[in-house]
Design a protein around this ligand. Structure first.
Ligand SMILES: N[C@@H](CCC(=O)N[C@@H](CS)C(=O)NCC(=O)O)C(=O)O
Length: 247
Protein backbone atom coordinates (compact mmCIF):
# COMPACT_ATOMS: atom_id res chain seq x y z
CA UNK A 1 0.00 0.00 0.00
CA UNK A 2 1.56 3.33 -0.99
CA UNK A 3 1.71 4.97 2.42
CA UNK A 4 4.71 7.25 2.17
CA UNK A 5 7.34 8.28 4.70
CA UNK A 6 7.83 12.01 4.51
CA UNK A 7 10.15 14.49 6.15
CA UNK A 8 8.34 17.50 4.72
CA UNK A 9 7.38 19.83 7.56
CA UNK A 10 4.40 21.18 5.56
CA UNK A 11 2.95 17.71 5.09
CA UNK A 12 3.72 16.52 8.62
CA UNK A 13 1.83 19.44 10.13
CA UNK A 14 -1.44 18.65 8.30
CA UNK A 15 -4.08 17.58 10.82
CA UNK A 16 -7.05 15.39 9.94
CA UNK A 17 -7.90 14.08 6.47
CA UNK A 18 -6.81 16.15 3.48
CA UNK A 19 -7.80 15.12 -0.03
CA UNK A 20 -5.93 16.37 -3.11
CA UNK A 21 -8.33 15.77 -5.94
CA UNK A 22 -9.99 16.94 -9.14
CA UNK A 23 -13.72 17.50 -9.60
CA UNK A 24 -14.17 15.37 -12.75
CA UNK A 25 -11.51 12.68 -12.14
CA UNK A 26 -13.01 9.23 -11.69
CA UNK A 27 -10.26 8.19 -9.28
CA UNK A 28 -10.95 11.27 -7.14
CA UNK A 29 -14.72 10.67 -7.24
CA UNK A 30 -14.37 7.20 -5.73
CA UNK A 31 -12.45 8.49 -2.73
CA UNK A 32 -14.94 11.34 -2.24
CA UNK A 33 -17.78 8.79 -2.40
CA UNK A 34 -16.29 6.66 0.37
CA UNK A 35 -15.51 9.71 2.54
CA UNK A 36 -19.14 10.84 2.23
CA UNK A 37 -20.55 7.35 2.80
CA UNK A 38 -18.50 7.11 5.99
CA UNK A 39 -19.47 10.62 7.05
CA UNK A 40 -15.82 11.58 7.54
CA UNK A 41 -14.76 15.22 7.74
CA UNK A 42 -12.12 16.12 5.18
CA UNK A 43 -10.34 19.17 3.86
CA UNK A 44 -10.46 19.69 0.12
CA UNK A 45 -7.43 20.71 -1.97
CA UNK A 46 -8.76 20.92 -5.50
CA UNK A 47 -6.26 20.68 -8.35
CA UNK A 48 -7.20 21.63 -11.90
CA UNK A 49 -5.41 19.15 -14.19
CA UNK A 50 -6.03 21.18 -17.35
CA UNK A 51 -4.32 24.15 -15.68
CA UNK A 52 -1.56 21.67 -14.68
CA UNK A 53 -1.92 22.51 -10.99
CA UNK A 54 -0.74 18.95 -10.24
CA UNK A 55 2.64 19.65 -11.84
CA UNK A 56 4.02 21.62 -8.92
CA UNK A 57 7.05 20.57 -6.91
CA UNK A 58 5.19 20.72 -3.60
CA UNK A 59 2.55 18.32 -4.95
CA UNK A 60 5.14 15.77 -6.10
CA UNK A 61 6.22 15.59 -2.44
CA UNK A 62 2.70 14.30 -1.65
CA UNK A 63 2.20 12.17 -4.80
CA UNK A 64 5.51 11.08 -6.38
CA UNK A 65 3.82 10.84 -9.82
CA UNK A 66 1.85 14.06 -9.57
CA UNK A 67 -1.47 12.22 -10.00
CA UNK A 68 -4.79 12.74 -8.24
CA UNK A 69 -6.08 11.66 -5.86
CA UNK A 70 -3.73 11.69 -2.90
CA UNK A 71 -4.71 11.79 0.70
CA UNK A 72 -2.82 13.03 3.74
CA UNK A 73 -4.06 11.59 7.01
CA UNK A 74 -2.53 13.44 9.97
CA UNK A 75 0.72 14.06 8.09
CA UNK A 76 0.88 10.66 6.36
CA UNK A 77 0.50 10.70 2.54
CA UNK A 78 -1.39 7.83 0.89
CA UNK A 79 -1.62 7.53 -2.87
CA UNK A 80 -3.62 5.55 -5.42
CA UNK A 81 -7.41 5.65 -5.20
CA UNK A 82 -7.84 1.91 -4.63
CA UNK A 83 -5.25 1.89 -1.85
CA UNK A 84 -6.90 4.94 -0.29
CA UNK A 85 -10.25 3.08 -0.26
CA UNK A 86 -8.69 0.12 1.56
CA UNK A 87 -6.85 2.46 3.92
CA UNK A 88 -10.04 4.34 4.85
CA UNK A 89 -11.95 1.09 5.24
CA UNK A 90 -9.32 -0.26 7.65
CA UNK A 91 -8.79 2.92 9.62
CA UNK A 92 -12.45 3.99 9.78
CA UNK A 93 -14.34 0.65 9.61
CA UNK A 94 -17.79 1.95 10.58
CA UNK A 95 -19.91 1.94 8.52
CA UNK A 96 -18.16 -0.77 6.55
CA UNK A 97 -18.28 -1.25 2.78
CA UNK A 98 -16.48 -4.59 2.80
CA UNK A 99 -18.45 -7.81 3.23
CA UNK A 100 -17.69 -9.92 6.28
CA UNK A 101 -17.69 -13.12 4.26
CA UNK A 102 -14.24 -14.08 2.86
CA UNK A 103 -15.52 -15.17 -0.54
CA UNK A 104 -17.29 -11.88 -1.04
CA UNK A 105 -14.21 -10.00 0.16
CA UNK A 106 -12.23 -11.76 -2.57
CA UNK A 107 -14.92 -10.74 -5.09
CA UNK A 108 -14.59 -7.10 -4.01
CA UNK A 109 -10.82 -7.34 -4.46
CA UNK A 110 -11.35 -8.80 -7.93
CA UNK A 111 -13.49 -5.80 -9.01
CA UNK A 112 -11.04 -3.30 -7.52
CA UNK A 113 -8.06 -5.01 -9.16
CA UNK A 114 -9.86 -5.04 -12.50
CA UNK A 115 -10.52 -1.28 -12.24
CA UNK A 116 -6.82 -0.71 -11.50
CA UNK A 117 -5.72 -2.93 -14.40
CA UNK A 118 -7.83 -1.20 -17.03
CA UNK A 119 -7.18 2.36 -15.86
CA UNK A 120 -4.45 3.42 -18.29
CA UNK A 121 -5.01 1.18 -21.31
CA UNK A 122 -8.81 1.32 -21.07
CA UNK A 123 -10.29 4.33 -19.29
CA UNK A 124 -7.48 6.85 -19.61
CA UNK A 125 -6.70 6.01 -23.25
CA UNK A 126 -10.41 6.25 -24.15
CA UNK A 127 -10.84 9.57 -22.35
CA UNK A 128 -7.71 11.18 -23.81
CA UNK A 129 -7.66 9.35 -27.14
CA UNK A 130 -11.31 9.46 -28.16
CA UNK A 131 -12.59 12.57 -26.45
CA UNK A 132 -9.41 14.54 -27.10
CA UNK A 133 -8.69 15.53 -23.50
CA UNK A 134 -5.24 17.10 -23.05
CA UNK A 135 -3.80 17.95 -19.64
CA UNK A 136 -0.24 18.82 -20.66
CA UNK A 137 1.09 21.36 -23.10
CA UNK A 138 4.14 21.05 -25.33
CA UNK A 139 6.02 23.84 -23.60
CA UNK A 140 5.68 22.03 -20.28
CA UNK A 141 6.69 18.56 -21.48
CA UNK A 142 10.44 18.95 -20.84
CA UNK A 143 9.81 20.13 -17.28
CA UNK A 144 7.19 17.39 -16.76
CA UNK A 145 9.52 14.68 -18.14
CA UNK A 146 12.14 15.76 -15.60
CA UNK A 147 9.73 15.67 -12.65
CA UNK A 148 7.84 12.48 -13.57
CA UNK A 149 9.62 9.23 -12.64
CA UNK A 150 7.04 7.10 -14.50
CA UNK A 151 8.32 7.26 -18.07
CA UNK A 152 5.29 5.38 -19.40
CA UNK A 153 3.14 8.20 -18.10
CA UNK A 154 5.36 10.74 -19.85
CA UNK A 155 5.09 8.73 -23.09
CA UNK A 156 1.29 8.57 -22.60
CA UNK A 157 1.07 12.36 -22.39
CA UNK A 158 3.25 12.77 -25.49
CA UNK A 159 0.80 10.55 -27.36
CA UNK A 160 -2.10 12.65 -26.04
CA UNK A 161 -0.48 15.66 -27.72
CA UNK A 162 0.57 13.90 -30.93
CA UNK A 163 -2.55 11.71 -31.25
CA UNK A 164 -3.01 8.11 -30.14
CA UNK A 165 -2.51 5.42 -32.79
CA UNK A 166 -5.83 3.93 -33.95
CA UNK A 167 -4.85 0.44 -32.64
CA UNK A 168 -4.45 1.87 -29.13
CA UNK A 169 -7.89 3.47 -29.23
CA UNK A 170 -9.44 0.24 -30.52
CA UNK A 171 -7.67 -1.72 -27.80
CA UNK A 172 -9.11 0.71 -25.21
CA UNK A 173 -12.61 0.16 -26.56
CA UNK A 174 -12.18 -3.63 -26.47
CA UNK A 175 -10.90 -3.50 -22.89
CA UNK A 176 -13.82 -1.33 -21.77
CA UNK A 177 -16.45 -3.39 -23.57
CA UNK A 178 -15.17 -6.66 -22.17
CA UNK A 179 -15.01 -5.23 -18.62
CA UNK A 180 -18.52 -3.78 -18.81
CA UNK A 181 -19.81 -7.11 -20.17
CA UNK A 182 -18.66 -8.66 -16.88
CA UNK A 183 -20.57 -6.04 -14.90
CA UNK A 184 -23.65 -6.49 -17.09
CA UNK A 185 -23.70 -10.26 -16.49
CA UNK A 186 -23.46 -9.75 -12.74
CA UNK A 187 -26.03 -6.93 -12.60
CA UNK A 188 -28.57 -8.85 -14.65
CA UNK A 189 -29.26 -10.97 -11.57
CA UNK A 190 -28.20 -8.73 -8.68
CA UNK A 191 -28.60 -5.15 -7.53
CA UNK A 192 -24.95 -4.75 -6.52
CA UNK A 193 -21.60 -6.03 -7.77
CA UNK A 194 -20.92 -8.21 -4.71
CA UNK A 195 -23.42 -9.85 -2.37
CA UNK A 196 -26.64 -7.93 -1.84
CA UNK A 197 -25.15 -4.73 -0.43
CA UNK A 198 -23.37 -1.61 -1.66
CA UNK A 199 -19.61 -2.21 -1.31
CA UNK A 200 -16.25 -0.78 -2.37
CA UNK A 201 -16.83 -2.61 -5.67
CA UNK A 202 -19.85 -0.41 -6.51
CA UNK A 203 -17.99 2.70 -5.33
CA UNK A 204 -15.05 1.84 -7.57
CA UNK A 205 -17.08 1.11 -10.72
CA UNK A 206 -19.86 3.70 -10.59
CA UNK A 207 -17.27 6.42 -11.16
CA UNK A 208 -16.04 4.67 -14.32
CA UNK A 209 -19.61 4.81 -15.56
CA UNK A 210 -19.99 8.50 -14.63
CA UNK A 211 -16.80 9.54 -16.41
CA UNK A 212 -17.23 7.37 -19.50
CA UNK A 213 -20.88 8.22 -19.96
CA UNK A 214 -19.91 11.89 -19.95
CA UNK A 215 -17.23 11.12 -22.53
CA UNK A 216 -19.89 9.45 -24.73
CA UNK A 217 -18.91 5.81 -24.25
CA UNK A 218 -21.89 3.85 -25.60
CA UNK A 219 -23.66 2.19 -22.67
CA UNK A 220 -26.78 1.30 -24.69
CA UNK A 221 -25.75 -2.39 -24.91
CA UNK A 222 -25.64 -2.46 -21.08
CA UNK A 223 -29.19 -1.80 -19.74
CA UNK A 224 -28.53 -3.49 -16.39
CA UNK A 225 -25.49 -1.26 -15.78
CA UNK A 226 -27.63 1.77 -16.61
CA UNK A 227 -30.34 0.66 -14.15
CA UNK A 228 -27.69 0.04 -11.44
CA UNK A 229 -26.22 3.52 -12.06
CA UNK A 230 -29.71 5.06 -11.72
CA UNK A 231 -30.15 3.31 -8.36
CA UNK A 232 -26.76 4.44 -7.06
CA UNK A 233 -27.47 8.03 -8.12
CA UNK A 234 -30.18 8.21 -5.44
CA UNK A 235 -27.69 7.77 -2.57
CA UNK A 236 -26.98 11.03 -0.70
CA UNK A 237 -23.22 10.40 -1.10
CA UNK A 238 -23.61 10.58 -4.89
CA UNK A 239 -24.82 14.18 -4.74
CA UNK A 240 -22.11 15.22 -2.29
CA UNK A 241 -19.24 13.41 -4.00
CA UNK A 242 -20.18 13.61 -7.67
CA UNK A 243 -23.05 15.93 -8.62
CA UNK A 244 -21.99 18.83 -6.41
CA UNK A 245 -18.46 18.71 -7.89
CA UNK A 246 -19.51 18.79 -11.54
CA UNK A 247 -18.36 21.95 -13.37
N1 LIG B 1 -3.92 4.40 -10.27
C1 LIG B 1 -4.13 5.78 -9.93
C2 LIG B 1 -4.41 6.56 -11.19
C3 LIG B 1 -4.48 8.04 -10.93
C4 LIG B 1 -4.70 8.86 -12.20
O1 LIG B 1 -4.37 8.44 -13.32
N2 LIG B 1 -5.29 10.04 -12.00
C5 LIG B 1 -5.57 10.92 -13.12
C6 LIG B 1 -6.95 11.52 -12.94
S1 LIG B 1 -8.19 10.25 -12.88
C7 LIG B 1 -4.54 12.02 -13.15
O2 LIG B 1 -4.04 12.46 -12.12
N3 LIG B 1 -4.19 12.48 -14.36
C8 LIG B 1 -3.21 13.51 -14.56
C9 LIG B 1 -1.99 13.02 -15.25
O3 LIG B 1 -1.98 11.93 -15.84
O4 LIG B 1 -0.99 13.77 -15.22
C10 LIG B 1 -5.28 5.91 -8.92
O5 LIG B 1 -6.17 5.05 -8.93
O6 LIG B 1 -5.27 6.84 -8.10
Amino acid sequence: MPVLETDSAEILKLKGLHLYHTNVSNCSMRVRLLLEEKGLKWTSHHLNLVKRENLQEWYFRIHPNGLVPAMVDNGVPITDSIDILYYLEEKYPTPSFLPTNMTEQAEVRHWLDLAGQIHVKGVKTFVYGVSGLVTKNRDDMARYAEMEPDKELVAFHWRSLDGFPQEEIEEALTILESSFKKLEIRLKKHNYLVGENYTLADITWIVQYVLLERKKFDFSPFPYIQAWAERLRTRPSYKLAITDWQP
